[in-house]
Design a protein around this ligand. Structure first.
Ligand SMILES: *[C@@H]1O[C@H](CO)[C@@H](O)[C@H](O)[C@H]1NC(C)=O
Ligand SMILES: *[C@@H]1O[C@H](CO)[C@@H](O)[C@H](O)[C@H]1NC(C)=O
Ligand SMILES: [Zn+2]
Length: 955
């Protein structure tokens, strides 16, 4: 599963940061209700009893499209499941079912004898738990095979959001609109397609047979086609059996004209990219990613993919609709087309960059997730943490140009530190039971903290021992479900064999693993240095942003690394010491010099220093920044913003440290800086003068980087440089940077005149062109959007259209989000673009919401697991000022109090007010800190004045 699969609002937005790096920070903590974990009583009741296991499924599904008028887009299924009782006295079989109707059930013995069911109560359905309970007159005999036969019927979901079997749409090569049906079962939606033991623990073999109208003969599934036939205007395809696997990995796609759009036949089976017909020839980039990463993983794990099972395919589906970025269905990975159709002349760099890690993430799942599988979603991190780790670290080995090993820090490490410093965080291994809880655990903790924990571990034990542990884990648990102890055992074995931790006296690996996996949060290390003696006092405690939260005495085992001016060992990632207590004293050579802990910010902890030591760092950052590794300059920025928020550093002191940004041009350093400044300036939205002054301060820090990255991509620049320009200019234009606005506008004019504009700068060109333009520009871009064949360029155009300042045009844009022009999976994002486009847009969005709430609920698919309407309504609150908040709240209370989103929207209003109150209370302090930080350098006062006027005029 890819990181887009999230339950509630801010997770959705927060994680989409990775794909669209600029949407996040604005909403980050606009509300903190962790809906997923609210209802926790009677939890185990959602889990299946373990007394019966499935061995083999034989499933036939007949799919109907609009050729039948009485019940279009429906399906009938018949399945034969070979099951065994593994306990005595089982007279009730319980499995999952979430289909419209169960028509008929029988249970037959090995000898073909019918097992009698309870008369009058053959079976019962418990919809809340998706349970189907079959009542037998007598008990099953242990270890005997029985065949459970179930006939059922159901309806395809419309669009991808509710998963199960769903239908999407595309235009074929002739421009004709076509419907296709496909599946998305992770994590608990196979039960919508066929009744089954729908928990990862119940691995079984699946044989799939599909029938559809004869023109729907482009049909694909996990395994190779065994046979097919046509009869009475319908085609039937029979697929070979799968390996023993979890139900959520079953998949198929049924269409009229999906086809192989790129293929490498040197593999067995061939690696294929499959997509709609008018993307033929556009899958080469995705193919190259798949081929090279498959080669890599084959060698790395020493378990070649082709040896896993004789019938598994090596396919990748490029699907116009997809609820997540990608899903690791075994043999046929599903992706949102956005990430598969990559064209350097049309695709923005952030998407190309993300595609590399996404393909690699899904491929890593073929081993970590599919071959071995977490026994239950409480341990989702074992699937997702590994896939996320490999998605960056392995990809870097093969595609070094993307520098993903460094991007790991902002994508996973800093995200994890940030999330874990809130009060709603949970441990990686965490009991979840209801579907909402399960969905909620597919979030930052499982992906980001999981990945960051694994990288920290690899640094400690060396990458070679890490690889050995992975191999042990895979071999010892192949085709089985795994438990946290299994992973621990594999690591313990490899570590013992290699003596990988012998250097650390009295270090207890059991306790290290136990604490990081089973405890929430992460620590802050406080370093106090006696520069005369070289004595360094280290103290740790759990880091929380809240200044009022109770102190948590948890001690974390921290791998200690550090560099100093006299000994800059930033590239040494092997810890010099393992800190397992709350305090320790280390010593270095005496002498006054900067010292920075946590080399390249690889460890899951923040660092604070005494004032003197901070000053030495701050001075070095200004006088000789290159002597400090760029990832540690990034760490300083990330830590300083967190420390200021937690009131462990004053703004005055923090901004003094950050003044080095004035000469900084590195992506990794600017990324957390932009997040940090965005977080602050969003709290001044009700104070236009304050915001204008603060923006001027930020822009003065950005002048140099803007100059260096320039407005036009250079030949052969690295992807990271392209990303720097993308993020920096987007932020600068939003803050009204004159040259940025002018340069982008000029390019928009050129675009209208038919000039090709490099996709690496299109985001800004679209946004500014529309923001500064009128209806003509809007119509031009809308037309371009509707005629584009590139999902990634289309998404950028939506962002651009949303930046209009014209109320009527914005209402038009919002109305388009209700139509199918904006795909279901993009609706909440597009809504959010409207809020991000301009400060004054929120008022119009409120009007749109009030007038169209019923249509929004329907079009955005209110009851889909990621809760898109919750997201939209909560995000809106984060952008409104008091007068509009009153209007919004009144409307919610008088008309929406029974709605599913009421509580979260009200809570978002409270957060929004708190954020503004916080901004009011801190404005003087922060502005004065900004001025102080500026005194040592030339400040552009004319800029401040320009900004103030600009903003005042807008109101
Ligand atoms: C029970 O079913 C499994 C799975 O199909 C099969 O491998 C096994 O041979 C069967 N056992 C008997 C006794 O038929
Ligand atoms: C290591 O830690 C584990 C778990 O905390 C504990 O049970 C064990 O006794 C410790 N071992 C030693 C040698 O201290
Ligand atoms: Zn995944």
């Amino acid at each position: 599963m890819s990181p887009k699969e999230i339950f509630f609002a801010l997770f959705l937005i927060a994680l989409s940061k990775a794909d669209n790096p600029l949407t996040l920070a604005d909403i980050e903590d606009s509300f903190t209700l962790s809906d997923a974990f609210v209802f926790r009583e009677d939890q185990q009741i959602y889990r299946l009893p373990t007394n019966v296991i499935p061995l083999e499924y034989d499933i036939s599904i007949d799919l109907f499209f609009d050729e039948i008028s009485e019940n279009p887009y429906s399906y009938n299924g018949i399945e034969n499941i070979i099951i065994q009782a593994v306990e005595n006295n089982v007279n009730q079989i319980t499995l999952h079912a979430n289909v419209d109707r169960i028509n008929y059930i029988t249970v037959i013995t090995e000898d073909g004898v019918l097992v009698d069911l309870q008369p009058n109560a053959e079976y019962v359905l418990e919809p809340q738990y998706h349970f189907l309970r079959i009542n037998l007159l007598e008990s099953l005999i242990v270890d005997r095979n029985y065949t459970l036969m179930i006939e059922y019927s159901s309806t395809m979901n419309e669009g991808p959001m509710k998963r199960g079997i769903w239908r999407g749409w595309y235009k074929d090569a002739n421009g004709t609109e076509r419907i296709y049906a496909t599946t998305h079962f992770q994590p608990y939606n196979a039960r919508q397609a066929f009744p089954c033991w729908d928990e990862p623990l119940y691995k079984a073999v699946f044989k799939i047979h599909l029938s559809a109208p004869a023109n729907y003969d482009a049909i694909f599934s996990n395994t190779a086609l065994e046979s097919e036939s046509t009869n009475g205007g319908r085609v039937t395809k029979n697929f070979y059996e799968t390996p023993k696997m979890s139900s959520y990995l079953v998949t198929f796609l049924v269409s009229e004209s999906f086809q192989v759009i790129a293929e490498n036949k040197s593999f067995t089976p061939p690696i294929r990219i499959i997509g709609r017909s008018n993307t033929a020839g556009l899958g080469d980039h995705a193919l190259e990613l798949s081929v090279k990463m498959t080669e890599f993983f084959d060698k790395y794990f020493e378990i070649p993919y082709s040896t896993l099972h004789p019938h598994l395919l090596n396919d990748h589906i490029s699907s116009p609709d997809w609820a997540s970025a990608g899903t690791e269905n075994w043999g046929m990975v599903g992706y949102r087309e956005l990430y598969m159709i990559i064209d350097p002349r049309e695709t923005i760099m952030s998407i190309e960059h993300y595609a590399a890690t996404l393909v690699s993430h899904e491929l890593a799942h073929k081993w970590f997730g599919n071959l071995i599988t977490c026994f239950w979603w409480s341990n989702t991190w074992i699937n997702e943490g590994f896939a996320s780790y490999f998605g960056y670290i392995a990809t870097h080995e093969v595609f070094p140009q993307y520098e993903l090993h460094e991007h790991f820090n902002s994508r996973y490490l800093q995200t994890s530190l940030s999330f874990d410093s809130g009060l709603s965080t949970v441990p990686m291994n965490y009991d979840v039971n209801t579907p909402a809880q399960v969905t909620g655990h597919f979030g930052t903790v499982s992906y980001s903290k999981g990945a960051a924990f694994l990288r920290m571990l690899a640094d400690m034990i060396t990458p070679e021992t890490f690889r050995k542990a992975c191999k042990y884990f895979l071999i010892d648990n192949a085709y089985e479900a795994t438990y946290p102890e299994d992973l621990y055992d594999a690591f313990a074995k490899a570590i013992a064999e290699d003596g990988a931790l012998n250097a650390y006296r009295n270090f207890n690996f059991t306790s290290f693993y136990d604490i990081w996996v089973n405890k929430a949060g992460n620590p802050i290390l406080t370093v106090t240095i006696n520069h005369a003696t070289g004595e360094m006092n280290l103290k740790q405690e759990r880091f929380l942003l809240s200044t009022t939260a109770a102190v948590d005495s948890q001690v974390y085992p921290i791998p200690i690394t550090y560099s100093s001016k006299s000994n800059p060992s930033f590239t040494n990632l092997r810890p010099s010491y393992m800190m397992s207590t709350d305090a320790v004293v280390l010593s270095k050579e005496p002498g006054e010099e900067w010292v920075i802990f946590n080399n390249q910010q690889h460890g899951l902890y923040r660092v604070n220093y005494d004032e003197k030591s901070w000053n030495l760092i701050a001075d070095a950052l200004v006088s000789s920044p290159e002597t400090i590794h760029h990832l540690n300059r990034a760490q300083v920025v990330d830590d300083v913003f967190a420390l200021m928020r937690a009131e462990r550093l004053s703004y005055e002191f923090g901004f003094k440290i950050l003044r080095f940004l004035r000469n900084e041009v590195n992506y990794h350093v600017w990324n957390p800086a932009i997040s940090g400044y965005t977080w602050l300036r969003n709290r001044f939205r009700h104070l236009p003068d304050v915001q204008a002054n603060f923006d001027a301060h930020i822009l003065s820090l950005m002048e140099h980087v803007i100059d260096v990255v320039g407005f036009e991509p250079k030949n052969n620049e690295t992807p990271t440089v392209s990303l720097t320009r993308q993020e920096v200019l987007h932020f600068a234009c939003l803050l009204g940077h004159e040259k940025c606005v002018q340069e982008s506008r000029e390019r928009f004019v050129a675009l209208r005149n038919g000039t090709w504009i490099d996709p690496r700068i299109r985001r800004n060109v679209y946004v500014v062109g529309i923001r500064e333009g009128s209806e003509v520009e809007f119509n031009f871009l809308l037309d371009r959007f509707e005629n584009s064949n590139f999902a990634n360029d289309q998404l950028e155009m939506l962002r651009g259209l949303a930046a209009t300042k014209d109320k009527q045009l914005l209402l038009r844009y919002l109305a388009i989000t209700l139509t199918k022009s904006v795909r279901c999976h993009d609706k909440a994002t597009s809504f959010n673009y409207a809020l991000l486009g301009n400060k004054e847009n929120a008022k119009t969005v409120l009007e749109f919401v009030k007038n169209n709430i019923d249509e929004i609920r329907k079009a955005y698919i209110e009851d889909a697991p990621p809760n898109p309407v919750h997201t939209a309504l909560s995000n809106l609150a984060a952008y409104l000022e008091e007068e509009d908040l009153v209007e919004y709240e009144t409307w919610l209370r008088s008309t929406q109090s029974n709605s599913a989103q009421f509580a979260s929207a009200i809570s978002a209003i409270t957060s929004s007010r708190n954020n503004m109150a916080w901004g009011s209370s801190k404005a003087d302090e922060i502005l004065s800190a900004a001025r102080d930080g500026a005194t040592s350098v030339i400040v552009s006062t004319s800029l401040i004045i320009t900004m103030a006027i600009l903003v005042t005029n807008r109101l």
